[in-house]
Each structure stands twice: as structure tokens, then as C-alpha cells.
Write a protein that binds this ligand. Structure first.
Ligand code: SAH
Length: 341
């Protein structure tokens, strides 16, 4: 059966059937342990103007911050000591020398205090190859850059300022990151205006073809004060819930042993949904450790600052892999489940 047709068929199954197949495969491949990454949102300053995002450049009603380096370093040290062996540094896109050096010093500092044991994941948007290389040479291990949607025309609709080349540029960043030896994470938003099942099928194939080691995706949350909010009446919450959970299961079935996160936005859509993600084959939890003082201003979507991963940690406590960096299997070791199974 043709791959796309097979994928469409998976999406048409009831989601509980997909869940049990995904969990079965997870247990037979990488096992049921859950890996942790502590996330620190180091800055909400952003030069981009993405139409869906609450920290877009044109959003004037939020306080812009950069957390002092020493604060990030001592927080990372505390995380490491408490069993988090992966830290994610996330921020808006910024390409100036001051920021590049700030990140570089954080990478060197974290590697120093952890004797190179702590994995560093960067989620800092689109950068030049030289910058990606500098950070990689200093010790960054992974990079998270969502493609947002693999559909080029939907992508340019979401990023009108970037014209037709925006999608290619983002794709090229992912390829550069792979070439530089990063473990690469990508993902999409689910429930975007104009998106359909065929888009999601293409998204899964994109993850496969780009050779992603990690998938971090989640529902799109309409956010007031952003241009895309004008489509809020078309938003079908029940459908977004269904598609979001199905995406986790389908990715597990098609991509095998990649790491898949169950993300915060699921809980915004409906409290408890992030835990549900682990019943559909997710195996990564990313609790947010941005200090209170700043987290309230990292509102990429409405409702985010109040959410917490504590209830997931409690419910999943027997499966959590403490003190484990949770490296992905070398890409390509998974077995693709073909259409005739
Ligand atoms: N600047 C970085 C990372 C910051 S935002 C980058 O662009 O990669 C991290 C992610 O938040 C984005 O990749 C996007 O997928 C998600 N996001 C932004 N606005 C959102 C919204 N309204 N609903 C759901 N997710 C959103």
C-alpha cells in the first residue's frame, strides 16, 4: 500500500485503537520509561513576527526580558542535581552578537559544572550556520526547531513577512543542524486554520524524511492579540484534541523509536490531556522551570503560565528515568511498520 494511503488509513481509525498499537510498539522498541527535559525560557525578546505567537515582535503589551546568566546557570545546576540530565534553553529568535555570546557562555558553563554530563538542548529559532556551529562546538547536543507545518503555502500564510522563501529557509536550518551533528527535534502545530488530515500526513512524512530524532508538537492555541486570532470561530476544539492525540500515536507507529514529547499546549486545550499523550506513545516530559518572575511574560499562547507538569510527574512516577539524559536511538534503527501489517 502506498505510504500516504496507509497513513490516511491510520488517521481514520478510532483513536483508542491507535493508542493501543502505539503503546505496544513503544514497549517493544524503546520501553516504557519517560525521559525528562527541564525547560528554561531564557528570553521572550523576538525579531520574528509569526502570526500565531504571543511573543511576536509587534506584541507591544508584554514586558520583554532576558534572564541573567548567573540565574540560568544556578537553576541548571539545581536541575542537574535533582536528576534532570537534559536542559532546554528556549527563547524568541535573536541574532545579535550579545545574545549569541550569552548563549555560548551558558553552554560552556553548563558543560563545565556537569563535567559534560548534562545534555543541552537549544530552541532558539533560525540562525546562521556559523552560529549553529559555534554553539555545537561549545557543547550543545540537541536543537529543537519546529517546521510548524510542512505545507509551504500554509507556512507562508502563517509568516506573511517572510514571503515565499520562509519555508525553505526553515527547512534548510533543520538540514544544517543535522549536518553539524546535532540531535534534531522538530514538530508542528495541530489545528491551524486551513489544515486538514492530508497536511498532517505530510507532516509525519516530513519528520521521517528529515531524519528527526525527536518530535515536539502540540495543538495550536488561538491567542488574543495575534493576527491569526481572527480565525478563532473556525477552531474546532474536539477535532483538535482528536488530531493531536492521533498525531502522537501515528508518529510513534511510523517513526518507531524516536523521542516524542507530550507538550504543555495539550493541557491548555483541556486539563489532563498532556498525561493522556503518554497513553498514545509519547515518552518525553518537559517541565517548565522558568522562574516565576519571568514565566508570566513568556506567554506564547493564552493560558500558558499557569500550567504545570507536576501532576504528570506524580502519575507517571514509576516510569520516570531520573538521572538519564534520554538520548535517542541512532536514527534509522527503527523498523517502519509497513502498510500490510
Ligand atoms: N523562537 C523559537 C522558539 C520559541 S516558540 C522558534 O521559533 O523555534 C516555541 C514554539 O511555540 C513554536 O515553535 C510554536 O510551534 C509554538 N507556538 C507559538 N505560538 C503558539 C500558539 N498560539 N499555539 C500553540 N503553539 C504555539
Amino acid at each position: 500500500m502506498e505510504e500516504k494511503e496507509y497513513l490516511r488509513e491510520l488517521f481514520s481509525l478510532p483513536r483508542y485503537a491507535l493508542a493501543s498499537r502505539a503503546i505496544d510498539l513503544l514497549e517493544r522498541s524503546i520501553g516504557s520509561q519517560i525521559y525528562l527535559r527541564g525547560i528554561i525560557e531564557v528570553s521572550n525578546i523576538c525579531v520574528k513576527n509569526c502570526s500565531y505567537c504571543g511573543i511576536r515582535r509587534d506584541r507591544k503589551d508584554i514586558y520583554r526580558y532576558l534572564i541573567p546568566k548567573q540565574v540560568v546557570l544556578s537553576l541548571s545546576k539545581r536541575l542537574f542535581k535533582s536528576g534532570y540530565h537534559s536542559v532546554v534553553l528556549q527563547a524568541g529568535d535573536r541574532r545579535d552578537d550579545y545574545f549569541i555570546e550569552y548563549i555560548n557562555e551558558l553552554i560552556l558553563g553548563i558543560k563545565r559544572f556537569s563535567r559534560r554530563q548534562m545534555r543541552i538542548v537549544l530552541s532558539l529559532g533560525e540562525q546562521d550556520r556559523d552560529v549553529y556551529k559555534l554553539w555545537r562546538d561549545s557543547g550543545a547536543d540537541r536543537y529543537l526547531l519546529r517546521i510548524e507545518t510542512s505545507n509551504p503555502s500554509l507556512y507562508s500564510f502563517l509568516h506573511p513577512e517572510e514571503g515565499g522563501s520562509g519555508f525553505e529557509k526553515r527547512r534548510a536550518c533543520l538540514l544544517t543542524l543535522r549536518e553539524l551533528g546535532y540531535q534534531v527535534g522538530t514538530g508542528v502545530m495541530i489545528g491551524l486554520p486551513g489544515q486538514d488530515i492530508d497536511c498532517l500526513v505530510e507532516d509525519v512524512l516530513f519528520f521521517k524524511h528529515i531524519g528527526a530524532h525527536m518530535i515536539g508538537m502540540g495543538p495550536y492555541i488561538p491567542t488574543e492579540g495575534t493576527p491569526l486570532y481572527r480565525y478563532v470561530d473556525e477552531y474546532d476544539k474536539e477535532q483538535v484534541i482528536d488530531w493531536s492525540l492521533k498525531m502522537v500515536a501515528v508518529c510513534r507507529l511510523v517513526l518507531g523509536d524516536v523521542n516524542i514529547a507530550s507538550t504543555t499546549a495539550l493541557d491548555i486545550l483541556e486539563p489532563g490531556l498532556r498525561l493522556e499523550g503518554f497513553r498514545y506513545g509519547a515518552n518525553v516530559l518537559m517541565p517548565d522551570f522558568t522562574p516565576k518572575e519571568w514565566i508570566k511574560d513568556y506567554e506564547i499562547y493564552d493560558g500558558k503560565p499557569e500550567s504545570s507538569a507536576d501532576y504528570c510527574l506524580k502519575s507517571l512516577k514509576d516510569r520516570i528515568a531520573w538521572n538519564d539524559p534520554g538520548d535517542p536511538k541512532p536514527y534509522g534503527s527503527y523498523s517502519f511498520i509497513s502498510g500490510d501489517q
